[in-house]
Design a protein around this ligand. Structure first.
Ligand code: NAD
Length: 467
């Protein structure tokens, strides 16, 4: 591939278990020196990351093209600029986040001072997924640097060009004592998970999420699990082209391989029929008559996922798209109606460019449908009605509630990004990532010059018991 050849990148090389053990041990030694604690060091590493993106933007664009056929505009918007926004936000707020915050002391304990003081956790392991192979390791890295930790990154082996690019460039730009990239697949992850970390930040599917949580339990290591699930989109009225465009944008970005993409539509009443027509217009407006030839439309990550997705196509009535080509790993933006209720399309996360439209009788029926399934990462409602919007938020449990705007909430650094229940635990971005990867330590002090605690000291006389 172009990106790999030009930079003569090493292939994804798995380190030996001994070497991995040594690397992690040396990072604990670095933590003991407090190298990454000072504000100035944190700022220098954020700057280094910024410089890396500046100097090698095109190399990352090429790598993302190699791995997923991402067009350059989409790659910049959804990966590189997302990381930049996190860096900018952290640079702007770092001093404020690092400040300790005084808190009120109850009258009976005064005089005393109490504060919350963010402390680095130590060595953080970041394990990333393949679908946004750059953003999903670098955005947690920003939080980890800001919090004063040292970080081991394990990018996904299913995005080998991006993994290799990170493996090559991070050591050139970042302080190698504070950030290490370890490449490899499940066996490498397994060895990493045997090591002791102070936090494990995992993005990926539920099955491996459980493996990570089990391994972390051995060391009592806290984990953040950024998982997926089936994010529903409830559509009250399908006649608006704007609604169809929003849905098509959220669903077909990265060929549907986006954790927050609308997984399926719940169309209320007869909204579905209008929506199908508008979706057809939205899709051809975005990608032309032959979407598989569009530079703005990506491909499926590998043949196994391609075959899985193609096997779904018979489970409903294809109303838009359905074309596919195994050589280029492309599947047209596809919309299905009348889906078989037993199809995996309605139980497994689709994670590809297939959008089933499920008709329900009412808003309440849509809410019940969502309730009957595991908690999604996002629940989308397409409606301008404030009463419905508030009722949706009251009744639906999800990592986020978003009205009319798929995929956008994670581009707001001040919003926490994460799941609940089956879609994950813990959240990040902006201050939320900083706090997630910090210990919010309690500090309290009281003078002995005035001994104001006499009232609570033993012996507990009759008079004290009456206090
Ligand atoms: P993946 O296959 O890339 O796996 C994720 C990571 O787990 C990789 O680094 C991989 O090496 C590692 N891994 C794989 N098998 C392992 C094992 N047996 N032991 C330890 N580590 C192992 O990605 P995936 O799981 O296919 O990712 C897709 C899922 O991720 C979807 O469910 C998607 O919704 C979810 N996702 C969530 C978010 C989010 O931010 N919440 C973002 C992107 C993707």
């Amino acid at each position: 591939s172009r990106a790999l050849n030009e930079l003569e990148l090493p292939q994804v090389v798995a380190e030996s278990p001994e070497k991995i053990g040594e690397i992690v041990a040396s990072m604990h030694d670095v933590v003991a020196t407090r190298l990454a604690h000072p504000r100035r060091f944190r700022a220098s590493q954020l700057k280094a990351l910024e410089r890396m993106l500046e100097a090698h933007e095109q190399d990352f664009v090429d790598a993302l093209d190699d791995d997923l056929g991402k067009g350059s505009v989409e790659a910049k918007m959804t990966e590189i600029d997302m990381v930049r926004a996190e860096i900018d936000h952290a640079q702007l707020h770092l001093s404020e986040w690092m400040e300790s915050k005084p808190v009120k002391v109850p009258l009976a304990l005064q005089p005393a001072a109490a504060k919350i003081e963010p402390q680095p956790l130590g060595v953080v392991l970041v394990i990333g997924a393949w679908n946004y192979p750059m953003q999903l390791v670098l955005a947690p890295l920003v939080a980890s640097i800001a919090a004063g930790n040292v970080t081991v990154i394990k990018p996904s082996e299913l995005a080998p060009a991006t993994s290799a690019m990170l493996g090559k460039l991070i050591p050139q730009f970042m302080d190698p004592r504070a950030c290490v990239v370890i490449q490899g697949g499940a066996s490498t992850s397994k060895v990493l998970l045997e090591q002791h970390f102070d936090h494990i930040f995992y993005t990926g599917g539920e099955r491996v999420g459980k493996i990570v949580a089990r391994a972390a339990a051995e060391h009592l290591t806290p984990v953040t699990l950024e998982l997926g699930g089936k994010s529903p989109a409830v559509v009250m009225d399908g006649s608006s082209i704007a609604v169809a465009r929003r849905l098509a944008f959220g669903k077909f970005m990265n060929a549907g391989q986006t954790c927050v993409a609308p997984d399926y539509v719940l169309s209320v009443g007869d909204a579905g029929r209008n929506l199908e027509k508008q979706l057809a217009k939205a899709i051809s407006g975005f990608y032309g008559k032959n979407p598989m030839a569009s530079r703005d439309y990506g491909r499926i990550v590998n043949a196994a996922h391609f075959d899985r997705l193609v096997s779904y196509l018979g489970d409903g009535e294809i109303v838009i798209g359905g074309g596919h080509d195994r050589d280029s790993l492309k599947i047209e933006p596809t919309v299905l109606a009348n889906v078989d209720p037993d199809s995996p399309l309605l139980s497994e996360e689709i994670f590809g460019p297939i959008l089933p439209i499920v008709a329900v009788d009412s808003f309440d029926a849509a809410v019940r449908f969502i309730h009957a399934r595991p908690d999604p990462l996002v629940a989308y409602l397409f409606s301008e009605n404030p009463r419905l919007q508030s009722s949706f938020g009251d009744q639906v449990r999800a990592g986020a509630i978003v009205h009319n705007a798929p995929n956008l909430h994670l581009a707001v650094p001040a919003l926490p990004f994460g799941g609940v229940g089956a879609s994950g635990m813990g959240s990040y971005h902006g201050r939320h990532g900083f706090e997630r990867l910090s210990q919010m330590r309690a500090v309290m002090g009281k003078t002995t010059v005035l001994d104001t605690l006499k009232a609570v000291y033993p012996p507990y006389t009759w008079a004290k018991s009456k206090l």
